[in-house]
Design a binder for this molecule. Structure first.
Ligand SMILES: [Zn+2]
Length: 100
């Protein structure tokens, strides 16, 4: 059953209405301050959160922790692939030279 959320323009109070149909009738007035004319707000489940938006809303302290954790991995070393290479002078069979 869909939930329709209304917010009061005066005090910002939220009112939730359960309705079977799309044309749900909004509350007549705000339950907190009595102001008439509530505005419909997006329902919480209607917001689509992607991984990117979740990361954007993440507390900045976690960004620092993630950066620190990535910096401690072996893959973060830019020289890791160069360390695995064998120089041509040390190769057993350097092979035929490449002609262009
Ligand atoms: Zn109100």
């Amino acid at each position: 059953m869909p939930i329709y959320v209304y917010t009061c323009r005066a005090c910002g109070a939220r009112a939730e209405v359960f309705a079977r149909r799309r044309d749900a009738t909004p509350p007549e007035a705000c339950a907190r301050c009595g102001t008439a004319g509530l505005a419909q707000a997006p329902a919480p489940f209607a917001l689509h959160r992607t991984l990117r938006s979740t990361l954007d809303n993440l507390d900045p302290i976690y960004h620092k922790r993630i950066d620190d954790a990535i910096a401690r991995t072996p893959e973060a070393d830019p020289m890791r692939l160069l360390a695995k290479l064998t120089p041509f002078s040390a190769a057993e069979d350097p092979g035929d030279p490449i002609t262009f």
